[in-house]
Write a protein that binds this ligand. Structure first.
Ligand code: TYM
Length: 333
């Protein structure tokens, strides 16, 4: 049976290889199965949990749409829309924030990481962000949510919220409890500069990530400078446990070539990093360079991107507003 897919990406610029291998690659695969109904959302309401420059945000929204399409999502098959243009999301988030418990939110590790040491100065939105994410998912009767490993805890919270709403108001199965779709391997791509940190948009140094807008020279340069250790590549997976950078680079190669990590390790065993890095750059350039050129081409055609968003908004709004209306009725409004 077909799945109802929903996922979101923040339009905060610098979409990178982690976003691609951890999430967007999966979106494309799901989009290509005609049995599925897919909704992919540019989550600008989530983006403003951290202060954004309005002009840059506007550009980044379009660039995120361009990235979806450049990576292979077909807007004729999948709904692509911008979260803030469908008011049901913000309203459902309020309704669900009265169901979610403080204790549940207090456990969210991403908030602790993002808020840093001075939690008093974090926005309230950054704290309640996973409730908005639950609203996104639950408004569409989503059955499956493709995400990277870092979103797993937020999805568990979403499941708890759905179950509590259904129980509190005695509406069995009204909010569908979604399943996460997290790849077993490579669902957490690490920084090229530090194998203990996730590859992220917010890392200050651009050398830690391959952006999906990087060109061939950027990619080759970043892989050349990527952190490694002094040993040759190992001949079995077990030896990667304490070699985080080697594991990450081999994982990136595996994911890009659809080879298992075991086979990749076997292919490069005993080689030194410079040989391996050359091959890795090659597969990266083959994959990312065409995406990068396509993003640049598409972002020049603003009206094309705006039309896609408008079309997506109509379809998403039609569905979400009806689900919200039912939620309101259940609550007594
Ligand atoms: P965001 O914008 O931070 O990231 C988008 C997607 O990319 C994945 N990802 C990674 N995967 C592997 N390795 C990495 N280094 C890496 N960095 C990011 C993320 O797991 C994510 O799947 N809260 C979400 C957006 C969101 C959402 C939703 C997702 C809002 N509403 C509803 C699913 C369903 C976020 O901030 O993703």
């Amino acid at each position: 049976m077909g799945k109802k897919i929903f996922s979101g990406v923040q339009p905060t610029g610098n979409l990178h290889l982690g976003n691609y291998l951890g999430a967007i690659k999966n979106f494309v695969r799901l989009n290509n199965d005609s049995e599925n109904n897919c909704v992919f959302c540019v989550v600008d309401l989530h983006a403003i949990t951290v202060k954004q420059n309005p002009k840059e945000l506007r550009d980044n929204i379009r660039e995120t749409v361009a990235t979806f399409i450049a990576c292979g999502i077909d807007p004729k098959k999948s709904i692509i829309f911008n979260q803030s243009t469908v008011p049901a999301h913000a309203e459902a988030a309020w309704l669900l924030s009265c169901v979610a418990r403080m204790g549940w939110l207090n456990r969210m590790t991403q908030f602790k990481e993002k808020a840093g040491r001075d939690k008093e100065k974090a926005s309230v939105g950054l704290y309640s962000y996973p409730i908005l994410m639950a609203a996104d998912i639950l408004l569409y009767d989503t059955t499956h949510v493709p995400v990277g490993e870092d979103q797993k805890q937020h999805l568990e919270l979403c499941r708890d919220i759905a179950q509590k709403f259904n129980n509190d108001y005695n509406v069995y199965d009204f909010l569908k409890v979604p399943e996460p779709l997290i790849q077993k391997e490579f669902s957490r791509i690490m920084s090229l500069k530090d194998g203990t940190k996730k590859m992220s948009k917010s890392e200050l140094s651009d050398l830690g990530r391959i952006n999906l807008t990087d060109n061939k020279d950027d990619i080759i340069n970043k892989i050349k400078k990527a952190k490694t250790d002094t040993l040759p590549l190992p001949d079995n997976i077990d030896e990667l446990v304490n070699r985080l950078e080697a594991k990450n680079l081999l994982g990136i190669y595996s994911s890009l070539t659809d080879l298992t990590l075991e086979k990749t390790v076997d292919k490069f065993k005993g080689k030194n990093f410079s040989d391996f890095k050359e091959k890795l750059s090659q597969v990266l350039v083959e994959k990312i360079d065409p995406i990068s050129s396509e993003i640049k081409k598409l972002t020049e055609d603003k009206s094309f991107l705006d039309e896609i968003l408008l079309d997506g908004q109509k379809k998403a709004n039609d569905f979400a507003s009806k689900k919200l209306r039912k939620m309101q009725e259940i609550l007594g409004f």
